[in-house]
Design a protein around this ligand. Structure first.
Ligand code: A2P
Length: 305
């Protein structure tokens, strides 16, 4: 799909983008090149994915002018106190002059393990086995206060958040220090986790929703769901395409990850899901309950509510 929507900055964002979480360096390079060749114009990356360098190299090698591409990267928890520096480091790894969107990856600051080595991405584990949260006089509202200044530097065109709940967003928007409404909120979103309240809330505030793990991530049962399979057979498409086109019909950005060229190509193909089949997919979680694949508890974010 080459469809786009507008961010609250006025910039255009392609609805379909390539996700790169868990792609190795070589996989990420080949996947991004392959995706751009197939017509993708939106690539989603993050500092913690460890593949900004190959993602950026593929973008530069693609031959497509930079201004025709939409590139996102994300601020990791260990760098909440200095997003400006973190963005500079990301741009250095990407080999790009700017990104289109810079997101706060999680609403939680983490303690930094190896700041002396310049390795800001490693983090200590607390005695409870979770990532060590930085609660010393810090919170995501302070991070946002710094992040919102970055578009003025020209190093990112827009700023947004990721993994923010309705409560997190309400707290952020209520703060007198918040001058900029996030352009986007990137969250886990698929038929087992439709996030109806969050989607509606963001729509009301002009915050573009972006769906990560739209296929349910690694080894997903979503791709084996009998309702999804039946609809895929009816249209002669892959189950993944059903999930992607359900998201597109809901009207938000969707970021399927693949490192397989044939899947990268088929994931980009649009077909018209009937209202009836759309409803059938909406009903899956109503009948079977919701299921989250990315575990916020494992991520160590107790305050994610
Ligand atoms: P691979 O990258 O090996 O092609 P999500 O986007 O929800 O995180 O899901 C990513 C997972 O889904 C990856 O394991 C990816 O495998 C797999 N995947 C991506 N596209 C398809 C597809 N069209 N059919 C089946 N599996 C897919």
């Amino acid at each position: 799909s080459t469809a786009t929507v507008k961010l609250n900055t006025g910039a255009t964002i392609p609805l379909l983008g390539l996700g790169t979480w868990r792609s190795t360096e070589e996989e990420a390079y080949n996947a991004v090149l392959s995706a751009i060749k197939d017509g993708y114009r939106h690539i989603d990356s993050a500092a913690i994915y460890g593949n900004e360098a190959p993602v950026g190299r593929a973008i530069r090698d693609s031959g497509v002018p930079r201004e025709e591409l939409f590139v996102t990267t994300k601020l990791w928890g260990t760098q909440h106190r200095d997003p400006k520096f973190a963005l500079q480091e990301s741009l250095k790894r990407l080999g790009l002059d700017y990104v289109d969107l810079y997101l706060m990856h999680w609403p939680v600051a983490l303690k930094t393990a190896n700041i002396k080595d310049g390795n800001y991405l490693t983090f200590p584990i607390a005695p409870n086995g979770k990532r060590d949260v930085d609660l010393d006089d810090w919170n995501f509202i302070k991070t946002w206060e710094l992040l919102q200044e970055l578009p003025a530097t020209g190093k990112t065109k827009a700023v947004g958040v990721s993994n923010f709940s309705v409560n997190n967003l309400k707290d952020l928007l209520a703060s007198p220090t918040t001058k900029v409404v996030p352009a986007a909120n990137q969250v886990e979103l698929h038929p087992y986790l439709p996030q109806e309240e969050l989607v509606k809330f963001c729509e009301g505030k002009g915050i573009v929703i972006e769906a990560y793990s739209p296929l349910g991530s690694n080894g997903s049962p979503l791709l084996k769901d009998p309702v999804v399979i039946k609809i895929a057979e009816k249209y002669g498409v892959e189950p993944a395409q059903v999930l992607i086109n359900w998201g597109l019909k809901r009207g938000y950005v969707i970021l399927p990850k693949s490192v397989t060229p044939s899947r990268i190509a088929s994931n980009f193909k649009v077909f018209e899901l009937s209202d009836e089949d759309f409803e059938k997919i909406n009903n899956i979680s109503k009948e079977n309950g919701i299921k989250r694949f990315v575990d916020p508890d494992w991520e160590g974010f107790e305050t994610f509510v």
